[in-house]
Design a protein around this ligand. Structure first.
Ligand code: HEM
Length: 437
């Protein structure tokens, strides 16, 4: 760690317990531990979580300052380095400044406006088909069903998979990679040894190789097919893209962008939906309200309020990260290069002056109320805000309706605690439910 970065202990308060204790407590119960540190140290505090020390930000005003800081002063790509072994060095998530902007400009239009609207009916079809596979009469976890929906949708959008054969070739390897990353131990090695350690590469190789093989095969097939201009998937668009000097993207660049969209674009959405049902099934009156809206099929307002509230109370990612590369002042403190600034989505979303009774799941708080840019940040913000935010919100609304229209779900067992699955916070049993008779 650069000496300057370690100086944060002189700049902001934080826990005194040994680093190992901090890591352990954070991994066991991030919401409880960060809430305790917030109460003890205030809106800005440091914490040792990985090889680097984070400065956690819990004041929306500070988050605004950070999200509007130019991308040559703070880097998100550097801060996301833990993702590099899986996503690759060309991923939009791990790039910064000019290179990042170039990839982002290519990808963003795919997930907005008319292109986005065109995917709605496909999402509806995939969701309705999956609901029919949910077992009647016995407890089951929603997450695998929600993941299957989101994976099928993202594979179609990103790769343009046509037919079961193309889909199955990739779905199996991607599922196995995600299942491996979902284990609690998956982050330990990259956190301890660093993302570029050969040990990390060796550990990941057997899971990554089948995904890469299929992706490179698909890239080669698509390059040869010659029907790019008639296709609307992201891969075809990227294959046709050219740099200012006319250079096309290399296969390695294409692979990294595709893996990024597939990985970033399906477990996140599935986890958000699992949380929505985990909360909603414990609240029959509100579930009934969603069912009524879904049955009528004319409004989307309540579904929107449900996923906004689920993402507020149980954000899929608890933090976003930025590394300081040039000195920057946030909240009156000047941070030197090397410091990792971590807006806490969790703490921002639980500020009582913004969200009265912050621990309560109350979708009604969103009716007639738009989310604040710096007080509702499940998708991060600024020039790094999630590329798939609009896409994910449409998908959540479609899937909430599709399920609420087709079945009445009941909760099974106690309320579920958040547990870490790779970098996401997921309900411990994946949203365990039963279909009511
Ligand atoms: C509920 C679902 C989702 C959640 C909660 C979520 C959350 C996030 C967050 C917190 C970030 C980091 C933002 C920052 O650093 O400020 C992010 C980035 C990103 N997300 Fe999502 N995401 C979701 C769905 C998706 C989907 C569906 C896609 C793809 C279609 C996607 C693609 C990306 C990409 C490419 C980035 C990197 C953006 C950049 O660095 O410029 N995400 N997401």
């Amino acid at each position: 760690m650069p000496a300057a970065a370690d100086d944060v202990r002189r700049l902001v308060p934080g826990p005194r317990e040994p680093a190992a204790v901090q890591v352990l407590r954070f991994m066991r119960d991030e919401p409880g531990y960060t809430a305790e540190l917030h109460a003890r140290h205030g809106d800005v505090f440091h914490i040792r979580i990985e090889r680097r020390r984070w400065v956690v930000l819990a004041d929306p005003e500070h988050v605004k300052q950070l999200f509007t800081t130019p991308p040559d002063v703070v880097h998100a790509g550097d801060a996301n380095e833990i993702l590099r072994p899986v996503l690759g060095p060309h991923s939009v998530l791990v790039l910064d400044e000019g290179e990042h902007l170039r990839q982002r400009r290519l990808l963003l239009p795919q997930f907005h406006g008319e292109r986005l609207a065109a995917w709605r009916s496909e999402m509806e079809r995939v969701a309705a088909e999956q609901v029919r596979r949910m077992p009647p009469g016995r407890p089951f976890s929603l997450r695998p069903h929600l993941t299957a929906i989101a994976l099928e949708v993202i594979l179609q959008v990103v790769l343009g998979t046509r037919g079961a054969e193309e889909h199955d070739r990739l779905a199996g390897p991607v599922d196995r990679l995600l299942a491996f990353l979902g284990r609690p131990s998956a982050l330990l090695l990259p956190l301890a040894a660093g993302p570029d350690s050969p040990l990390v590469r060796r550990q990941l190789a057997p899971r990554l190789a089948p995904v890469d093989r299929e992706l490179y095969r698909l890239i080669a097939e698509r390059r040869a097919a010659g029907d790019l201009t008639q296709r609307t998937d992201v891969l075809s668009l990227l294959l046709g893209a050219r740099d200012e000097d006319g250079t096309p993207m290399t296969d390695a660049e294409l692979r990294d962008e595709l893996v990024t969209l597939i990985v970033a674009g399906h477990e996140t959405t599935a986890t958000a939906l699992a949380w929505a049902f985990e909360r909603l099934t414990r609240d029959p009156g509100r579930l009934a309200r969603l069912e009524t809206e879904a049955a009528a099929g004319t409004e989307r307002t309540y579904a929107e309020a449900v996923f906004r509230e689920a993402l507020r109370l149980r954000p899929v990612l608890n933090n976003v990260l930025r590394t300081v590369v040039r000195p920057v002042e946030i909240g009156g403190t000047r941070f030197p290069p090397g410091v990792v600034l971590a807006p806490s989505i969790l703490l921002i979303h639980r500020r009582p002056e913004v969200y009265p009774e912050p621990q309560a799941f109350r979708p009604e708080r969103w009716l007639g109320q738009s989310p604040g840019t710096y007080t509702w940040i499940p998708f991060g913000g600024g020039t790094r805000r999630c590329i798939g935010a609009a896409f994910a919100q449409m998908e959540m609304e479609v899937v909430l309706h599709a399920i609420a229209r087709a079945v009445r779900l009941e909760p099974v067992g106690a309320p579920e605690r958040p547990v870490a699955r790779f970098i996401t916070a997921s309900p411990e049993r994946g949203g365990e439910v039963r279909i009511a008779a």
